[in-house]
Design a protein around this ligand. Structure first.
Ligand code: PLP
Length: 481
């Protein structure tokens, strides 16, 4: 197969092969173990001189994927916070590859630009954010945090008379950034990528790990009253699903010169249900807000969103022009100039399709089902004599650990760590351990559209079933000289 042109006639067969195999893969995913079954079929690893053509290459990849993929698109993957792809989103994602638009601008793709414009407006409505804000689709929450904090950095520079995109930050004092113990590492990474220094982020919470301490934040803001300050507030802690009090933070911030950025990677979806909407009260008064698409929206990887109250800061942080790129109208900015990437995949198609397919009501129903499932697991944890719940279940994450009677506190971390490995090896359900409140524990998160009661019931039963083995393994290792 010397040249892709010679493969032209196989395009239809290649698409049909992928569709047939993908359909079979996804039809099995409700029942299969989550861990990869084996790694027997491996993709060729040396660069071929002569290609084999599309059908043979795809067949090889299909065999390797059937053997080697983690079934994270399925209903019992509770490890990180990962959704699957709804039927509408997966179909639209395939279409995205087929139409292969560059959603840089209205010049490169009016279609992709319009779909992104509609998607952003729908998401703003879904999350209760004002339509006057600007927004952009990113690759995920990390890049969305980057966008929101880049807008914050522009504001911070201009407050001090400096256009940091032109002049840089070197003449300015370090930025004061305040957050809580819930700040996610991805926000710290964004701060680092922006050259602001992740160690500049001060976490203000009573125990150093949890919800913000508003009194301490108030003191810190008074100490820094002469300078512009950035606050990173957290809507949905990755270990517990808990929230910083957004309305209180915003109220406090308004007494000072502060930009409030909210990381709501999955927690922003609390806005979708009247049962949890109170958790994000005040989010519409923040300056920048982000969420993920590949978490609770259940579009395939990768997808995230950033929204900024004052569009001039977002446009100012990323605006770029060159003669060949064409002029853009202020009222209709190029989405490739509202985030870090210029050439961009049309991720909006999957967002639009899933919202069009299921609507606000469908998402409310799914989120509420997940809230109910999380409470169900919490009740099972509470009823089990050998399990201990570590935090309230405010949303969709259940933080707990194995605590069998007769085992000393000193041994519990090691037992839970070993048990986490056994759960992953077992593969019926999939979640590892975290450290919360200085203790090793589990934090399964429920966000996949496919997940039902039978799936979540395996969380507690599997942990309890494997628990005795973890104790025996840890005690056996200690007994050996
Ligand atoms: C609160 C929070 N923020 C940010 C992220 C990072 O998201 P992503 O991996 O999509 O960049 C996560 C991921 O779990 C998260 O839970």
């Amino acid at each position: 197969m010397p040249d892709p042109l010679a493969d032209h006639g196989n395009l239809g067969a290649a698409l049909r092969l992928a569709a047939k195999e993908a359909e079979a893969y996804l039809a099995r995913i409700d029942d299969e173990p989550v861990r990869p079954p084996s790694r027997r079929a491996q993709p060729t690893s040396s660069l071929p001189e002569d290609g084999v053509g599309s059908l043979a290459a795809l067949s090889e990849l299909i065999a390797a994927s059937v053997d080697g993929t983690t079934r994270s698109a399925g209903p019992r993957y509770f490890h990180f916070v990962m959704g699957g792809g709804t039927p509408a989103a997966v179909g639209a994602d395939w279409l995205t590859a087929a139409v292969d638009q560059n959603s840089y601008s209205w010049l490169s793709s009016p279609f992709a630009s319009r779909v992104e414009q509609i998607s952003i407006a729908w998401l703003q409505e879904l999350f209760g954010l004002p339509a006057s804000w600007s927004g952009v689709i990113t690759t995920g929450a990390t890049m969305a945090n980057f966008v929101g904090l880049a807008a914050a950095r522009r504001w911070w520079g201009l407050e001090q008379g400096v256009d940091v995109e032109s002049a840089g930050t070197s003449g300015l004092p370090p930025m004061t950034i305040l957050s809580s113990g819930y700040v996610h590492v991805s926000a710290l990474r964004a701060v680092a990528m922006l050259g602001l220094g992740r160690d500049r982020v001060r976490t203000l919470s009573r125990d150093g790990a949890g919800r913000v301490d508003l009194d301490e934040m108030s003191v810190a803001l008074r100490e820094h009253d002469s300078e512009p300050v950035v606050i990173i507030a957290n809507a949905g802690d990755v270990n517990t699903g808990d929230f910083d009090p957004l309305a209180d933070i915003v109220a406090l911030a308004r007494e000072h010169r502060v930009w409030v950025h909210v990381d709501g990677a999955f927690g922003l979806f609390a806005a979708v249900s009247p049962k949890t909407r109170h958790l994000v009260k005040g989010v519409d008064l923040a300056d920048s807000v982000i969420a993920d698409g590949h978490k609770w929206l259940n579009v395939p990887y990768d997808s995230g969103f950033a929204f900024v109250r004052d569009p001039t800061y977002q446009a100012g942080a990323f605006g770029t022009s060159a003669a060949y790129l064409g002029a853009e109208a202020a009222a209709r900015p190029a989405f490739g100039n509202l985030g870090p990437e210029m050439s961009r995949r049309a991720r909006s198609l999957a967002v639009w399709a899933t919202l069009r397919a299921y609507g606000r009501d469908g998402y409310r129903a799914m989120v509420e089902r997940h809230l109910g499932l999380a409470q169900r697991v919490a009740e099972q944890v509470d009823a089990a004599p050998d399990l201990e719940r570590m935090a309230d279940v405010t949303l969709n994450v259940i933080c707990f650990r194995y605590r069998p009677p007769g085992v000393s506190e000193a041994q519990l971390d090691e037992i839970n760590r070993r048990l986490g490995e056994l759960v992953l090896e077992d593969g019926r359900v999939y979640f590892g351990t975290t450290v919360y409140d200085a203790k090793v524990c589990f934090r399964p998160a429920i966000v996949n559209w496919r997940t039902r009661e039978d799936d979540v019931d395996l969380i507690v039963s599997t942990v309890r079933e494997l628990g005795a083995r973890a104790v025996a393994l840890v005690e056996g290792a200690r007994a050996r000289p």
